[in-house]
Design a protein around this ligand. Structure first.
Ligand code: TMP
Length: 240
């Protein structure tokens, strides 16, 4: 597989063309941002950890019946993925109240929900990724009713599979954000990444935050938390 020109540089990854029009190479950076780019920094080694973690979690999800963009890990920071047209929605699943949920509703932190919640944000940096409801997604034709239904079903399955896996690692999957894309044939697959940048992961015994909230909230020990959570995964995730 030959790496060609850079197509895009985002906040955490670069995307390159390949000699196959259906495949792209993503390259994970150590750059970290929060609050829509207002806070900027570097988390040493993050790119390697996020690349490897995302790939291993996506391989696990594929086995459980959730189609993903993952094709092959090429190096510590680079992965071959299927090219998709991104559905411009951030799909957020929550098991425990925290973050923008508590802020928006003035709701207490740390309440375990009876059922997971799903919400969508419209992926648009200029508008600060506003929360969006199903009927507005349909009105703007960001996705069809059938696609939304499938996205919700896949998001719930991801929560089930990864919630159980992280539990086996002594980690609570508090909430997370997913992005989906369309292949040429119109089918919907999971894209982007699943990492401590996009999930809240708390030590099940102590409640210690092992994710990007340490960076967002200036809690310190950011690199150590990424290493700790990767170590937990590696100890349990064998055979892929
Ligand atoms: P929130 O509580 O700030 O809405 O975040 C919910 C989840 O989404 C949390 O696991 C962090 C993740 N997330 C992203 O991956 N990207 C983002 O830009 C934001 C705001 C949250």
């Amino acid at each position: 597989m030959e790496k060609r020109e850079q197509l895009y540089e985002g906040k955490a990854k670069k995307v390159f063309a390949t000699d196959d029009p259906a495949l792209l190479i993503v390259s994970y950076k150590d750059d970290a941002t929060a609050f829509n780019g207002l806070k900027k920094g570097t988390i040493a080694g993050k790119g390697v950890i996020n690349n490897q973690m995302s790939n291993r979690l996506m391989a696990r999800l594929e086995k459980a019946g959730v189609p993903t963009h993952f094709v092959e890990e090429l190096s510590e920071r680079e992965t071959l993925v299927k090219k998709v047209e991104i559905v411009p929605l951030e799909v957020i699943v929550r098991n425990i109240s925290t973050g923008s949920f508590c802020k928006r509703y003035g709701f207490p932190e740390g309440v375990v929900f009876d059922e997971p919640t799903v919400e969508y944000s419209y992926k648009n940096d200029a508008l600060n990724d506003p929360l969006i409801c199903d009927s507005h997604v349909l009105a703007m034709k960001l996705a069809t009713r059938e696609e939304l239904e499938l996205i919700r079903t896949y998001a719930m399955k991801v929560n089930e599979v990864l919630g159980a896996f992280w539990k086996s690692c002594g980690v609570t999957l508090v909430d997370f954000k997913l992005e989906f894309g369309r292949l040429e044939d119109g089918s919907i697959i999971l894209a982007d990444e699943i990492s401590p940048d996009t999930c809240r992961l708390w030590d099940a015994a102590t409640g210690k935050k092992l994710d990007k909230d340490r960076f967002r909230q200036d809690l310190g020990g950011v690199e150590e938390a990424y290493q700790e959570i990767m170590g937990r995964l590696e100890a349990k995730d064998t055979g892929f």
